[in-house]
Design a binder for this molecule. Structure first.
Ligand code: ADP
Length: 458
């Protein structure tokens, strides 16, 4: 397949943001001879280095500012998922009718050969995406994970040797500007309110998720969650073949409560006890990933392939910052779930707790109520430590059901309070239900601080 012409060659393509995906897409566009203007408001030494590198490849690069008039004249604007639609460069491109594409949309144009399993949903995307690639590799297949998980699709498109399969994590923001996506298999893990700081309503957010199905036809293959009413509703009229998974109902991939087996495509695959991740939600992720890999190709359904998939499930390890046991210090378990940045992901984390728990909740409020955590909190949590910008709202929402200590934005103080509250045999869980941007640069930094301080607090 010859890539289609993205814009006439005399027009400029503007790339907004020079983080990893911005850098990769500029390299890809330059490799294919496009004229590129790239800019980032950040002025960090890292951005400066990237700018130099890209200038060396012939791109025009601005650091510390966006040349908005120049962007308005571009033939195409490529945005990174971190840039909100309200930001000047994107709003200006919209006002001037400049087409906007995600980095993934551009990269898809240069991906020829590999087949794509695309994964979206509110929670469990990264885990499921990583699982799918791991299971494919368990079948001795050359597979790569890409997209929102960390490796931009453009980096894969730049490789000399393309993998056979790509497991591609898609956020709602990426889906918004990726109209060409037509995966071999599409996976929708679940749907619940999130990102209400960037969307004006839940419907608007769900509508972006629904773009996974935009190019559905009779040949399409989907893997979807039978336990989730919003998912069932969304895919009702979508064309193609639907493979359902469920942790509580009969489905093509399900958990047999009687035998404790994960049952996929008509036969037991593996005992739950042999899959190492904590929490029932991760059983759902394992079922979705196994079903996606098997549905992707008939050769993945043979008895030998099933054995390979089952073995690979046993060797998958939890990803950092996702219900990750940091250690047991002074008889207290310290669990880092910093990636839980919305209320529904925190709810599953609390449900998965086996010990009385001190819960660290807080950060930048994203618009959801914390009152929906009340049932789970009542069952498992002895004290909530509410901190950061959201502390007051959390305290108001949860004081009726649990003891809440309200603190400010000193994370060391938060950790000292956690240590003081937790007794031998109990657990401290960082599952904040909020974004980290009020106190940290991202959720990884928040999780690393937790890890470092947990060991110190011991
Ligand atoms: P995402 O990439 O969608 O943010 P991750 O796999 O990184 O998802 O997991 C993020 C958090 O979401 C985890 O820390 C966990 O608490 C929660 N989570 C993971 N899988 C699921 C699921 N299937 N359903 C609900 N919550 C989940």
């Amino acid at each position: 397949m010859t890539p289609r012409e993205l814009v006439p060659r005399e027009r400029e393509i503007a790339v907004i943001g020079l983080a990893r995906s911005g850098r990769a897409v500029v390299m890809l566009l330059r490799k294919h001879g496009y004229t590129v203007y790239a800019s980032d408001v950040a002025t960090s030494p890292e951005t400066g280095k990237v700018a130099e590198e890209l200038r060396g490849l012939g791109a025009v690069v601005d650091v510390g500012r966006h040349h908005v008039e120049r962007i308005a004249r571009a033939g195409l604007v490529v945005t990174s998922p971190g840039v909100p639609p309200s930001a000047r460069p994107t709003s200006t491109s919209r006002e001037n009718n400049v087409p906007i594409a995600s980095e993934v949309e551009v990269a898809l144009n240069f991906i020829d050969g590999p087949r794509i399993i695309a994964v979206t949903g509110t929670n469990g995307k990264t885990t499921t995406t990583a699982l799918i690639a791991h299971l494919l590799r368990g079948l001795d297949i050359d597979a790569a994970e890409a997209g929102n998980i960390g490796t931009p699709l453009s980096e894969i498109a730049l490789r000399e040797q393309q993998p056979k399969w790509i497991s591609l994590e898609m956020s709602s923001f990426q889906l918004h500007d990726t109209p060409s996506l037509k995966p071999a298999v599409g996976v929708l893990t679940n749907l619940s309110p999130d990102h209400l700081d960037r969307y004006s309503s839940v419907e608007e957010y769900f509508a972006d998720k629904a773009r996974l199905f935009a190019n559905a036809d009779a040949e399409s293959v989907w893997v979807v969650n039978k336990d989730d009413k919003a998912v069932v509703r969304m895919v009702r009229d979508v064309g193609g073949h639907k493979h359902w998974f469920s942790v509580s109902k009969k489905a093509e991939a399900s958990l047999d409560a009687r035998t404790g087996q994960l049952v996929v495509m008509g036969a037991p695959l593996l005992a739950r006890a042999d899959f190492p991740l904590l929490g029932q939600h991760n059983v759902g992720n394992a079922l979705a990933a196994s079903l996606a890999v098997m549905a992707a190709d008939r050769s993945h359904q043979t008895p030998k392939a099933r054995k390979g998939i089952a073995k690979a499930l046993t060797t998958f390890r939890s990803l950092p910052h996702r219900l990750e046991l940091v250690g047991e210090f002074g008889g207290v378990q310290w669990i880092n779930d910093s990636k839980a940045t919305n209320v529904s992901s925190t709810a599953v984390a609390i449900d998965g707790m086996e010990r009385p728990t001190v819960l660290l909740l807080g950060g930048r409020h994203k618009g959801e109520t914390y009152a929906t955590l009340a049932d789970a909190v009542r069952r498992k949590v002895k004290r909530v430590i509410a901190y950061g910008e959201a502390a007051t709202i959390i305290a108001t929402d949860l004081r009726p059901v649990v003891d809440v200590v309200r603190l400010g934005d000193d994370f060391e103080e938060v950790m000292r309070a956690a240590r003081a509250a937790a007794n031998v045999g109990e657990a401290v869980l960082l599952s904040p239900a909020c974004s980290s941007y009020d106190m940290f640069s991202n959720y990884e930094e928040r999780g690393e601080r937790f890890r470092a301080l947990a060991a110190k607090e011991a």
